[in-house]
Design a protein around this ligand. Sequence first.
Ligand code: ADP
Length: 548
Amino acid sequence: MENKKSILVVDDELDFLTVIKRILQVKGYEVTTAPTAGEAVARAQTHFYNAAILDISLPDMAGTELLSVLLEMHPDTIAVMLTGHSSVQNAVVSLNRGAFAYLEKPLDPDHLLSVLEQGLEKQRLSLENHRLVAELEERNRITNILLNISQAAAKTLDLKQIIETALEKVTDSVTVEADFLYLYEEKLVLKGQHGLPESLAGRMAEQVEQGLIGRVYQQNEPVAINDISAEPDLAFLAKEGYLSGACVPLAILGESIGVLGVVTRVKRHFTNSDIALLTAIGKEIGIAIQNSRLYEQASSARALRELDALRTEFLANVSHELRTPLAVIKGSASSLLQPDVDFDEETRRDFLQSIDKDADRLSRLVNDLLMMSRLEAGALEVKRKPHHLAEVIAGVKDRLDSITVRHQLLIDIPPALPPVKVDDGRIGEVLTNLVENATKHAETGTRITISAHPEKGCELVVSVTDEGIGIPPELHHKIFGRFYQVENSKRGNRKGTGLGLAICRGIIEAHSGRIWVESASGKGSKFSFSLPVEEPAGKGKPELVRTV
Ligand code: ADP
């Protein structure tokens, strides 16, 4: 049944009040009467009247004044002004101040009732209009909040970032002081919080399965917590001054994957629409999290496939790399062993040199394989002692000279470089590897330069620069990976294994250094690595470092 409409009648003639009250009550209105403006204002302060019938001349205030006061309090009230003395002036003032109608005494009751009916119908339409506008605004607000959160969360596929951004947006959007998010990973794990004091982090991360948060997750149902202190398992939040809150499940396709919680330091009643909004936010965050997980799975599957393809190619290359020198050794040795052929001294020497060269090649390959497996096992030992770079280069000079017979090797090292604390043998291997790579990718006769300079006072940067084919920038980070080889860069019958630079990186990192390349296609390459400079205090003390 529709609520009775309430009408306030203000007149100092008590008989008139009695009559009018009866007429209106008969028509089903709820009527309140007041003989003075003061009493009328007092009543209007605590109650909304659908209509007010006001006498123009009251003992304590002009009726037109009272009209303004009442409409100021309740702009939707329908006001009908009454007077005993017809006055155009009063009519104009009243209508200007917002009165719906102006009637003269003596009143025609039917006329009054029909004016009231019209006024109340206008009010109904106006209130309905307000309601629709408010509903539209609320829908708009909710859509904006959801859009805002889903856009923020969709900006990244990084789970941590999604959670951080979403939690920050939630506190702003639903005006709470703090929020937190748990995801189920064999148990509920706290994945992020925003606005909570640091001191709570530990307590929040503890097991929550048995409490309210666990229930929200298991039952996949939101919970409004109007009084946090009444929840024993959230006592730690109450102790920090949080009074109210709410928890909603993070759900994807109806299945709960975690819990989103919000808390406030002011007592707040979380209404059904608050909970509906939080639940919708929970869904948006759930979707962003699911996207990130799917992406992660796809990426690691792709990475595994790539690694698998690289390993397969690596095995093919290794067998090729083993077979080629073996074939040379076997062929040369068999020739020498033929009983019926007598080779002259020069030919015998050529065979022996081939055997020697390819045996070295085999031995290097086996070393590379061993080195790689040590690096992978985190078991590469480096024995670091203070050395001057010039000494390290001198140690491998013969080898460098033999590798660069078809190139010009330049060593451009300033005389007063600080010593570095390195395993000279290992760093010698890195230099040899880089120079050998340069010879493989640069034309005969071009220059290969080893240079060095101190940097930031605590590092020595050593570079090997060539004038070869270069490497496109997008491959720079890849070439230091295991097994990676640039397509079409293989020269002659040497296929390589894609291990060289990975080994160099492993050795340099075991020295707490970095290795990188600056290069572009057709512009030559400059491979550089940094080594920490030896601190004077620790001089001369050998050190064993294990890579991890
Ligand atoms: P490998 O030489 O056995 O192929 P590396 O790990 O030493 O393996 O090198 C990886 C890839 O980097 C090589 O396949 C080659 O294409 C590229 N590369 C290395 N050094 C150079 C260089 N100086 N100039 C051009 N490309 C190079």
